[in-house]
Structure formats: C-alpha cells, structure tokens
Design a protein around this ligand. Sequence first.
Ligand code: MN
Length: 409
Amino acid sequence: VTDLRWGAATDVGMVRSNNEDSLLVASPVFAVADGMGGHAGGEVASNIAVATLKAAFDGDDGSHTRDALAEAVRRANEAIYERASTDPGLRGMGTTLTAVALVDEDGDDVLAVVQVGDSRAYRMRDGELEQLTDDHNVAEEMVRIGRITPDEATVHPHRHMLTRALGIQPDVEVDCFGVTPFAGDRYLLASDGLMNEVDDAEIARTLRRLDDPDDAAQELVHLARSGGGRDNITVVVVDVVDDDDRAAKASAAVAASPVQSRPVERDIAEPPPPAAEPPPRPKAPRPSRFTFKTVVFLFLLIAVIGGALAAIGFYARGGYHVGINDGEVVIFQGRPGGLLWFDPTLKERTGLAEADVPPAYIPDVRDGKEFSSLEDASRYVFNLQEAAVAMTTTTTTTTAAPPPPPPAP
Ligand code: MN
C-alpha cells in the first residue's frame, strides 16, 4: 500500500478581488485548477473541474485507473463547456487543471498525472525539483517546436496565453502519464500565481526546508504574496510516506544492474531534466495574464475582420461595369479600377471597338460605367452598339452617299 500525506493552501493574493483558483485534496486524488472568465466564470469553471474529479474518485475502491482519471478530466471539460454555452453570464469561462491520483495499474500503485493549461506538477526526489508537466501556453508550445529558446520563452509576450484549457472547446486534449511513487517523493501542484512570483530554486529550497506538507504549502503561498501576489495562489503538496518497499526493491535492482542508475519509471516519457539552473523569472512588471476573454476577443476580432473583408469582397465583386480592354468595349465584373486587392475581371467581350463608340459615351466608358447587374450592363452595351451603328450609318450616309444631284431641269 502506498501511503500519502498532504497539505494545501490557497490565497486570493495581493491584487485580485476574488480567488478563481480551486483545489482538491481528496486522497487518492489531488488537484489545482486556475479558473478564468469574467464575473463568477473563473470560480465556477475551476469548481466544476475539481468537483468532477472528486465525484469520479468518490467511494474509491482502489481500482481506479489512469484512463479513468483522464476520462474524468474530459467530463469536466464537457460540463464546463456545457455550462458556459447555456449560461450567458458564464460565457467564455475556462480553467486549467493539474491533478495527480494514485491509481491501480496491473496491481501496482501508480501516480497518474493529468495536465491541461499552465498550472504545474513538480516532483522533488532526492532533493531535486523537477517539473513534470508541460505548460500549455503559446510561448512553451513555440519552445517545443523549436521556434524560440526556453530563455526567450520566459520573456515572451504570449507566455500567459493558454493554448489549452477546460471549457473552451467541446473536446480537449489531456496530457496524461504515470509515475511510480517512491517513499520520500514530494509532489507539488501549483497555479501560476506561485510560479510567477517565486522561482524554481526558491520553491525547491522551501520544499526541502519544511518537512510538514501543510507548512510547506503555507510558506509557498506566503512567499508568492511577498513576491507581489499579483494572481491567485494555490499550492498542494503531496508526500509519499510509504511505498510498500518499492524504493528498496528498486534500489536492490539498481545495485544488481550495472546499467541503470536509478529506478526506471514505468510507461512514461519522462520530461527532459530541467536545466541545471533554471533561469530566474523576471520580477519586473509583467503584462497581466492573457485570459480566455482575450482569446475569445481575438477570435471575435478575426471573425469581424473576416466578415468585413467578405463584405468588401462581396461589394467589390458584386457589381459590373462597362469599360475598355485592348481597344474593345467589354463588361467587367467588379468595380472600376478594382477595390483593395479585388481586381475586376473580364466578364464579356462585346466586339464593339472603342473607336466606334459615339464620342458622347467615351468619357463614361473610359471611366467605367457601373451597373448592379450583368443584364443592365448588357443593355447599356446594346444601346452603345445601336448608337454606334446609327453613328456609322449617319456617317456613311453623309460621306459615302452624297446627296443626289439636283434633278435636271
Ligand atoms: Mn492564475
């Protein structure tokens, strides 16, 4: 049996007026959720997230699985999304969720970790602090695809803009992996209100210094408040106090093996070890967090701009005009001279030479005579042709057929 002990603390911080973070300590499941969205949205979203996890592990019979945890996270996403789409006051709300749960895997205890957003799970083992989860924000995603360096990410303007969160889309991609709990391991779950104010080195020192998990959690919150407390701060500390001699057995296995330097984690793509000295986070004034409102706003902005462009395009492409192309009168679709990048396109040739157009019509045709329909444009061209014929006929009459000589007396 794996035994855990835990402590937790949450605080509104020094600046915000309400605490939109939620936490869950309901062994064997622990979580932090950092909600966001106007009015009560953030609180509601983070509350639904932890309540859904709690319900999934209620009456736990020790047979829960990693998949069940991930499934509970997806249900939480659906519940928040549903609520946000039916309650106008909660539209756009969302939340991060970082959780660990002791689950059963082939008869072994495994600590399952789930992650959506930019709250974090850390593990302290042998005095070393290691970040287990990826941050789902724009800057970190850019690091992962190699566009910017981790150093650049710490000052990237979009480091607070989330790429994933619960409640925003009908479906959500959930990071889920398992780690083997060893006695002496200390797990830390925290909302970004901690990491933004306290660097990893100080977090590690505090976790090493204070043995009691509740003391450690309280102290971390205190440090974040002292650091400025610009956001809500939530911390959950979970210690593995007994692991059924798993560590001892693993050590024996390690001693017997010339290759392995430490117990092998099961079934987990371990995150790369953090840089020896994580770069200190800048303490300078930082932009306020980009929230879902921002994301929603950007989407709306894009939609509005897209709509405007479509309208302009519709307008630009909607009409017709009669103009000149290579000395020939033609009908164009579009506005004379084009509009923005919507150039008029040749719609119909008429076979009428510019030279044959009656002079009275030339200025109009050269400028482009506009019509709302192709039919109207065609009628105009037809009139032009009639006029041209009339003019030619008149000319012919007057030049080629001189008046008959006066009859002889
Ligand atoms: Mn936060």
